[in-house]
Design a protein around this ligand. Structure first.
Ligand SMILES: Cc1cc2nc3c(=O)[nH]c(=O)nc-3n(C[C@H](O)[C@H](O)[C@H](O)COP(=O)(O)O)c2cc1C
Ligand SMILES: CCCCCCCCCCC(=O)C(=O)O
Length: 379
């Protein structure tokens, strides 16, 4: 029995004791040998913070702004599928928690709560004076009209940006899911696939009626032929800012910039897609350089500590997303669990800023970070 929860790792340990094998394997898995999955976390330790002292740090302002929206901290909630497997409140719990914390929430296409219900669930908080900024993560359908219908629903439901995931032409090989034939529990459904986008009353069935993951109906919709031309076309179809999620190289960053994208998320999908790619914190500086400071670069992958957030900001990220920690927190204690996790992480980040002599986000820059001497070759 743990005395008091003090870190995201503590929450993770409790969630591991609570979740059933099916859900735990799905949430925890990385692809193949999970080299990238583990490196995402370890890589942060390869960087050191260079603190400055004797500055007045009695007030620390963690707030940041992206696309004209102000957030109370740069710690955002990542889009992750099927959150009701962690706790019955699912996406509603994580969305409400993000809203209460004044941070951005991103919702997966493959959610177990529809995007309309998620929007509805934060309205009482908005009425109390909280601001809710919600971004919609888009998996692009083979059929263009279905993709557009999803975007229209997101626009109508008050989502303010579209995150197009580009690292998933196919789902990665997550061995635990293959070995135990992962199944979404039968009482859950992929809620965004229910409503017929063309307004027809006939509904698509997207419950768990087959033994494979993703369900054939859904996986069969992913378009492995997706190209930058399609992404540009999607961008032309919406007034919302469009970010590409899953970029790892300066070459692709430059193409995203030249293609008119509004932002980039450096991500390797939590190590769940191609194994052996670089940890995201290692890829961040390269992607930032490819963007020439013209569009915001955000990142995710392995963020567990306030010092991780600090390091990412120092290397040029405008904000970070947390993925699995949200799922562990939901499993631990639903919406309260996510509240606790965001409280701990933002307090750690506030402390990292204060202890390194930074009182605002714009103070944090490359001068505050170095590669640990263990990892660079001396001249
Ligand atoms: C269980 C799970 C489901 C995910 N589902 C999605 C998804 O539906 N769409 C997407 O773009 N990324 C998805 N991701 C990736 C996350 O958005 C994010 O990139 C990743 O979790 C960040 O790494 P972290 O878990 O180490 O924080 C998922 C990740 C996990 C762990
Ligand atoms: C428009 C088709 C949607 C296709 C869904 C693909 C399954 C992805 C599963 C969720 C995910 O990203 C994950 O890491 O797991």
């Amino acid at each position: 029995m743990m005395s008091k929860i003090a870190s995201l790792s503590d929450i993770e340990k409790l969630a591991f004791q609570k979740l059933d094998k099916n859900a735990l394997d799905y949430y925890a898995s990385g692809a193949q040998d999970e080299i990238t999955h583990y490196d995402n976390k370890k890589a942060f330790d390869r960087y050191q913070i260079r603190p400055r002292f004797l500055r007045d740090v009695s007030k620390v302002d963690m707030s940041t702004e992206i696309f004209g929206e102000k957030f109370s901290s740069p710690i955002f909630v990542a889009a992750s599928a099927m959150q009701k497997m962690a706790h019955p409140i699912g996406e509603v719990g994580s969305a409400r928690s993000a809203c209460k914390h004044g941070v951005c929430y991103s919702l997966s296409t493959v959610s177990t709560t529809s995007l309309e219900e998620v929007s509805e669930s934060v309205q009482s908080l908005v009425a109390e004076g909280h601001k809710s900024v919600r971004w919609f993560q888009l998996y692009v359908y083979k059929e263009k009209e279905k993709t557009i219908a999803l975007i229209r629903r997101a626009e109508k439901a008050g989502f303010t940006a579209i995150l197009i995931t580009v690292d998933t032409p196919f789902t990665g090989r997550r061995l635990a899911n293959i070995r135990n034939a992962f199944k979404m529990p039968t009482h859950l459904k992929l809620a965004n696939f229910e409503a017929e986008e063309d307004g027809n009353s006939e509904k698509e069935e997207c419950g768990n009626d087959d033994s494979t993951w993703p369900p054939k109906l859904v996986a069969g919709q992913l378009d492995p032929g997706l190209s930058w031309e399609d992404i540009k076309w999607i961008k032309s179809q919406t007034h919302l800012p469009v970010l590409v999620k899953g970029i790892l190289t300066h070459e692709d960053a430059k193409i995203a910039l030249d293609s008119g994208m509004d932002g980039i998320v450096v991500s390797n999908h939590g190590g769940r897609q191609l194994d052996s790619v670089s940890a995201t914190i290692d890829a961040l500086a390269e992607v930032v350089s490819g963007c020439e400071n013209k569009i915001p670069v955000l990142m995710d992958g392995g963020v567990m500590r306030g010092t991780d957030v600090f390091k990412a900001i120092a290397l040029g990220a405008k904000a970070v997303f947390v993925g699995r920690p949200v799922l562990w927190s939901l499993a631990h204690d639903g919406e309260n669990g996510v509240d606790l996790m965001l409280d701990i992480l933002s307090e750690e980040f506030r402390m990292a800023m204060a202890l390194s002599g930074c009182t605002s986000i714009k103070d944090i820059n490359r001068n505050y970070i170095q590669l640990s001497p263990k990892y660079y070759t001396k001249l």
